[in-house]
Write a protein that binds this ligand. Sequence first.
Ligand SMILES: Cc1cc2nc3c(=O)[nH]c(=O)nc-3n(C[C@H](O)[C@H](O)[C@H](O)COP(=O)(O)OP(=O)(O)OC[C@H]3O[C@@H](n4cnc5c(N)ncnc54)[C@H](O)[C@@H]3O)c2cc1C
Ligand code: SF4
Length: 475
Amino acid sequence: MNTLKPKERMQIQRNEMPEQKPEERVHNFNEVPLGFDPEMAVLEATRCLDCKKPECIAGCPVGIDIPGFLNKIVDQDFAGAAAKIRETNFLPAICGRVCPQDQQCELVCIVGRKNKPVSIGYLERFVSDYERDNGIRTTPEVAPPTGHSMAVVGSGPAGLTAAYELRKRGHEVTVFEAFHRGGGVLVYGIPRFRLPLEVIDEDIRTLEEMGVKFQYDAIVGKSMTLDELMGPEFGFSSIFLGTGAGLPKMLGIKGENLNGIYSANEYLTRIYMMGALHFPEYVTPIHQGAKVGVIGAGNTAMDVARTAKRMGAEVTVYYRRSREEAPARKEELRHATEEFINFKFLTNPVEFIGDENYTLKAIKCEVMTLAEPDESGRRKPIGTGEFFTEDVDTVVFSLGCNVNPIIAEATPELKTDKWGVVSADRGTLETSKKGVFAGGDIITGGAKVITAMGQAKIAAQAMHDYVMSLEMETA
Ligand SMILES: Cc1cc2nc3c(=O)[nH]c(=O)nc-3n(C[C@H](O)[C@H](O)[C@H](O)COP(=O)(O)OP(=O)(O)OC[C@H]3O[C@@H](n4cnc5c(N)ncnc54)[C@H](O)[C@@H]3O)c2cc1C
Ligand code: SF4
């Protein structure tokens, strides 16, 4: 029990997370933040004021009982704290590492009005790591069999959450995944120095222990259609689509097809999913030159820049707006800056220049300035007419992604918008094809892990209601 008075709690300063030093970490792929120890965690949790109307819960897209789990940390009941989070969030070790808490729960934490907010994310990470490190995690209970089989397409955070929620309700669940392993962007996008593989693998193992089946190397829309999945051969009662947004956006400028130019997806997938960071132990190489340019300044761009640095390059980020407008999380920008990444703000690439072998050798950019804020409050970048050219061997585009069209092309009844984003009912997340539901980046375009999870929870409940109502109809 927290015995300190609110005033005393407010005086405790936020515990900063110990981290690997920049000059060491740029030579390895180990996690940068080192985690709290139990003493730090208890002290940090003590800062919570246990508000009567906790703003933090409202700020969490899946509504975790934040003061509830913080109180358990204060009581040193770390397993109880982890169980409390898991009531609403199946992937706390992942969310504790990659959620933008500074824009969600911590943004609205009342302590933040006078002091720095409670480190909710670091504490979420602490309790789930404690569970894993001490081997005390238990397999979640599964309701008695319903007799229904559900298909989940895609094994990113949306697919894993949908599989968990459906299995928990007693349905048979099979996850179909195009790649040879599960995790989606958590594995092929987010780098190991932010999210270690064992964290994701443990969550997949838990699902397997619950009885969820995984079928890898299965591209739905090519290997089998949605109709086949719901037909007599497979016999699924309902399908969840969580195939994400993996189709890279490019700028459409001259020289974009030169050798040496990658999309962030290809670059990161080769390194993390195909093992290029362990070359020649793994056979996938990455042809990266000494000077790498990264286009964009979101989280993906920071991940690419910091990865390229660890692969031995001198790295420059080119972004057409200023640092203040950069969409990356503050922590990612700070980490990248500490890791000696160069930033060229107000700089817009206009052309890539190649040599006689059609290989990239230079980038031409225009210097930009910012217009007055528009109705949305955003300042539009405008060209100054001043250009410069500099040498670069490799460029990685990190400008976000569109939805992959494979499933929609194979399923004419599936409605999408003009960008290929799949349309779904706002309340149930059912698509225009009966019995097929969707959640995550496939219905929003590139968004966030926690948003994908929140939607998967809504869709899983709606799928459960749907198959149960089918029974009533036939009874
Ligand atoms: C580099 C990078 C860094 C990011 N960092 C963060 C971060 O720090 N915090 C954050 O909240 N968000 C971050 N995001 C965004 C976040 O990862 C996504 O919003 C989230 O992963 C979306 O989850 P999803 O399950 O919808 O899709 P995905 O994670 O994309 O998973 C989709 C899965 O479906 C599979 N699939 C696709 N098509 C088929 C098919 N036809 N058949 C079978 N399987 C298929 C794919 O192989 C993939 O495994 C980042 C994204 C990237 C690219
Ligand atoms: S808003 Fe902050 S202080 Fe209040 S309950 Fe949530 S974490 Fe605790």
